[in-house]
Design a protein around this ligand. Structure first.
Ligand code: PEP
Ligand code: MN
Length: 266
C-alpha cells in the first residue's frame, strides 16, 4: 500500500547542532534524587539533548516494579529546572498523555507493547488531536513493519507532525544473543519508504546487556540513524528495572566518544 507521512524535520523541534539526537536517562524514574543525580551527570558529560525516564512501566509479568506513576512527574520538572534539558517519557493511555502534558513533559514516546494494538494507538492518537508535542513511536514487539507504519499513520492523521520512529528490536521466540533482535532490514525498509521520518536507535532494549551496546550503537550510526535513545543510570547495577543494560553517564560518554558518528544536517 502506498503511503506518505506529512511530518516536520527533527531540526524544527530540537536543536542538535547537526549531530545525531541523543536521548539518555534511566529506564525508570525511581526517586527524585536518583532522577536528578542521573540527569545532572548526563548533562555534565555534554553529549545528550534530552533526558528520558519511564514513569509507567509495562512489565511482562506482574509483581515487578511498575513505575512510580504520577508521583514521578514533579521530579521531572525538577530535572528540567536543574539541567535546562527537555524530558521524555512513555505514554500508553490517554490519561498518561493528559498527565504528561499537565506536568510539562516535552517529548512523548509510545512503547513497543502499545504499538502492536491499533485500538490502543487510535485512542492515543485521538488524545493528541490539537496537541503540539513531539512523539516517537517504538516498533511493535513483533517484526511487523505494517503495524509500525500503521501506528505512525494513525498519529500523523490525528495531526502529529513532530513524529519519529524508535527502532528497539523485536522479541525472540528462542534464546538469542540479543534481548530483542534488531532485524535491521525492517527499519531500513521503513527509512526507505519514509525518507523524511527520523529514526532513533534504541540499542539498550536490543542489547539487554551492556556488553552488546557498542556494536549496536555503531551499527545504528553506520546506517545513518537520526539519533539514539540509551538508558543511563547513576548506579546501573542497583536500577529497579533493566539493570543489566544501563550504563553510568560517564561510561555512556566514553562509549559515544568511541563511535564513528557521521555528522549530519537534517
Ligand atoms: C523502555 O523504554 O524502558 C521500554 C519499556 O521500552 P520498550 O517499549 O522498547 O520495551
Ligand atoms: Mn527499559
Amino acid at each position: 500500500m502506498n503511503a506518505s507521512l506529512d511530518i516536520l524535520p527533527l531540526s524544527s523541534w530540537i536543536n542538535t547542532d547537526g549531530k545525531p539526537l541523543v536521548i539518555a536517562g534511566p529506564c525508570s524514574a525511581e526517586t527524585e534524587e536518583q532522577m536528578v543525580e542521573s540527569a545532572v551527570q548526563i548533562k555534565n558529560e555534554g553529549y545528550a539533548h534530552v533526558i528520558r525516564a519511564g514513569v509507567w512501566k509495562p512489565r511482562t509479568r506482574p509483581g515487578s516494579f511498575e513505575g512510580m506513576g504520577e508521583a514521578a512527574l514533579p521530579w521531572l520538572q525538577t530535572v528540567k529546572k536543574e539541567t535546562g534539558m527537555p524530558v521524555a517519557i512513555e505514554v500508553a493511555n490517554p490519561n498518561h498523555i493528559e498527565l504528561a502534558l499537565k506536568y510539562g513533559v516535552d517529548i512523548l514516546w509510545v512503547g513497543a507493547r502499545t504499538t502492536v494494538n491499533p485500538f490502543n494507538v487510535q485512542e492515543l492518537a485521538d488524545a493528541l488531536k490539537g496537541v503540539d508535542v513531539p512523539l516517537l513511536v517504538k516498533n511493535p514487539v513483533n517484526p511487523d513493519l505494517q503495524l509500525w507504519i500503521g501506528a505512525l499513520e494513525r498519529f500523523n492523521r490525528a495531526g502529529v507532525k513532530k513524529l519519529g520512529a524508535i527502532h528497539r528490536g523485536f522479541s525472540n521466540a528462542q534464546e538469542n544473543k540479543f534481548r530483542n533482535s534488531p532485524m535491521w532490514p525492517i527499519a531500513i525498509e521503513l527509512k526507505t519508504l519514509f525518507p523524511q521520518l527520523p529514526i532513533i536507535g534504541d540499542p539498550s532494549h536490543m542489547a539487554g546487556k551492556r556488553a552488546l551496546l557498542f556494536e549496536l550503537t555503531q551499527r545504528a550510526m553506520d546506517l545513518n540513524y537520526d539519533g539514539l535513545i540509551i538508558e543511563s543510570h547513576r548506579d546501573p547495577d542497583k536500577a529497579w528495572s533493566d539493570a543489566a543494560q544501563q550504563l553510568t553517564p560517564v561510561a555512556l560518554g566514553e562509549m559515544l566518544h568511541e563511535l564513528h558518528v557521521r555528522k549530519k544536517s537534517y
